[in-house]
Structures are given as structure tokens and as C-alpha cells.
Design a protein around this ligand. Structure first.
Ligand code: ATP
Length: 273
């Protein structure tokens, strides 16, 4: 099986703390793959290993068959791996537009010297191309009305959307979303879920998402992996994962809402169609 992203036997320790133990999984091209699990299960740790923020203590990570285990985060960005963060990481005093532009920095070929020859070097053409791409993302995420506003003045839900825009600006083929709906109200979650489905279906991006909202996860994911105490306890299509006794046990007492009937989950994806 050819995977876009594959983890083989990944373990991660922080001193005596075992954040991950022997985690293996594969994500196929075009999939919307969710990682769930109780608090402290290792979800952010595995995403940090994929993005290069952490280096696994053991095991390997592959991107399109290439071993990326030791590569720094910026090298992964140039391969088309983008991410958003659990806690927003925007430049608050900069406008929405400029925050999104920052997401394109690794695509900027022109430097100080070519900048000095702005009209001759192609720098102007390049800038126009970047602006066009940014405008496309602003349209897609309905951010026109706030494009000039400083990011710090926006509501939390809008700031999460700007962070998604900045990750999209990198034009990744694989995007890692760390709790994209955390702290949002129902309407904001519904909007965000639609954007994620659309960026997967329309922009063709493979999505790896950590999310606590079970309704959304079960509704929009193609496959789900469950971590508990740093170990993988289940993986499969959403209905099979919901029915898995190990998963029920891991969540019992903590998140009763996991035990929902899949048929009763309102379909955001269908509503959007
Ligand atoms: N930088 C770190 N230093 C020490 N321990 C860490 C570090 N990062 C994570 N851990 C520990 O590793 C374990 C897994 O943490 P992680 O943040 O990956 O879990 P999570 O599933 O993302 O949790 P949550 O849902 O609360 O965000 C936890 O026990 C956590 O305390």
C-alpha cells in the first residue's frame, strides 16, 4: 500500500513520560483522517512528530515513501506538509491579509537583490501570483470583510479561520489540523467543518485532523484512529470505531457523548451539499 503519510512504530518519551508507544498508521492520498483520544492520549505529540516539531525516540515517519524522520519542520513545509496549531499562532498586530501572506514565505523565490530589480527580475510577476493565490483563499474562507483588520481584533472563530487560511497559503497537499474547532460555538463549528470538507474535496488536500467534537469527527472523517495513553487502540471507518469496545472503555466516564448512535449524528457534510 502506498501511503501519503506513514508512521512505523513511533515512540516518544519526555524523560519518564511515555507520550507515544509504538504507534503505526498510514494515511492515503485524498483522505480525511482524524486522530481522537482522551486528554493526554498523545494526539498532539504524534502531529508534532509528523510536522517535525518533535523527533520520535524510536520509529520512523515516511512521506510518499521517503523517510522524513530527521528532517526539520521547514524542510517538511517545502514537501507540502502544512499545519495549524491547537493554540492560535497568529501575528496579532498584522492584518488578516499579511498573516496569510506569511504562510507563503517558503514559496517566495525572490530575495533582497531581486527585490531591488523589482520590475526586471520577475519579482513583480511573482508578487502578483502570490496575491492572486491569497485572494483565492480569502474568497474560499469568506474572509473578505476582515481582510484589512488586525488579526488580534477578530473573534476567536474568525482567528481560527485565518489560521487555516495561512496554512492553506503554503499550498500543502497534506494539512495537519490541531483541534480546528476548539472553543467554537455550534455555528462556527458547522462553518469550519464545511471548509474542511471543501478543502479536502475541492482543493484535493489530504487532511489529518485532531478534534474532540465527536459529532463532527464521525460526520466528516473517512477514517479515524484512536489513541489512549500513547498507544493506538483502534483504527477504521467512523462507525466501526464508535462500536469498538476498547474505544468505549477509553472514553467511558470521560466523554459519554462518544456513545452516540452514528445514525443520529447530524450530517454537516450532507447539509453543505
Ligand atoms: N513537551 C512535553 N514535555 C513533557 N511532557 C509532554 C510534552 N508534551 C506532551 N507531554 C506529555 O505527553 C503526553 C501526551 O500529550 P499530548 O499533548 O500529545 O496529548 P493530547 O492527546 O494531545 O492531549 P490533549 O487532548 O489534552 O491536547 C501527556 O502525558 C503530556 O503531559
Amino acid at each position: 500500500m502506498d501511503y501519503t503519510l506513514e508512521a512505523r512504530g513511533v515512540s516518544l518519551r519526555f524523560g519518564g513520560v511515555r507520550a507515544l508507544t509504538d504507534v503505526s498508521f498510514g494515511v492515503r492520498d485524498g483522505e480525511l483522517f482524524s486522530i481522537i483520544g482522551p486528554n493526554g492520549a498523545g494526539k498532539t505529540s504524534i502531529v508534532n512528530c509528523i510536522s517535525g516539531r518533535y523527533k520520535p525516540t524510536e520509529g520512523r515517519l515516511f512521506h510518499r515513501g521517503r523517510d522524513i524522520t530527521g528532517l526539520p519542520p521547514n524542510a517538511r513545509a517545502t514537501f507540502g506538509i502544512g499545519r495549524t496549531f491547537q493554540n492560535l499562532a497568529l501575528f496579532h498586530h498584522m492584518s488578516v491579509l499579511d498573516n496569510i501572506m506569511v504562510g507563503r514565505h517558503h514559496l517566495l523565490k525572490n530575495n533582497f537583490l531581486t527585490g531591488a530589480l523589482y520590475w526586471l527580475s520577475g519579482a513583480r510577476r511573482e508578487e502578483l501570483r502570490h496575491r492572486e493565490k491569497v485572494e483565492e483563499i480569502i474568497d474560499f474562507l469568506d474572509l473578505q470583510s476582515v481582510r484589512k483588520a488586525p488579526a488580534g481584533t477578530l473573534s476567536y472563530g474568525l482567528r481560527k479561520r485565518v489560521e487555516l487560511a495561512r496554512a492553506m497559503a503554503l499550498e500543502p497537499h497534506l494539512i495537519l489540523l490541531d483541534e480546528p474547532m476548539a472553543g467554537m460555538n455550534f455555528e462556527e463549528k458547522e462553518d469550519m467543518a464545511r471548509y474542511i470538507v471543501d478543502l479536502n474535496e475541492e482543493f484535493g488536500m489530504t487532511v489529518v485532523m485532531i478534534e474532540h467534537d465527536m459529532g463532527v469527527v464521525m460526520d466528516i472523517s473517512h477514517r479515524v484512529m484512536v489513541l489512549d495513553f500513547g498507544r493506538k487502540i483502534a483504527e477504521g471507518d467512523p462507525a466501526a470505531v464508535l462500536a469498538d469496545p476498547h474505544v468505549k472503555r477509553a472514553y467511558l466516564g470521560e466523554e459519554d457523548e462518544l456513545l452516540v448512535d452514528p445514525d443520529e449524528v447530524p450530517s454537516i457534510a450532507e447539509d453543505a451539499a
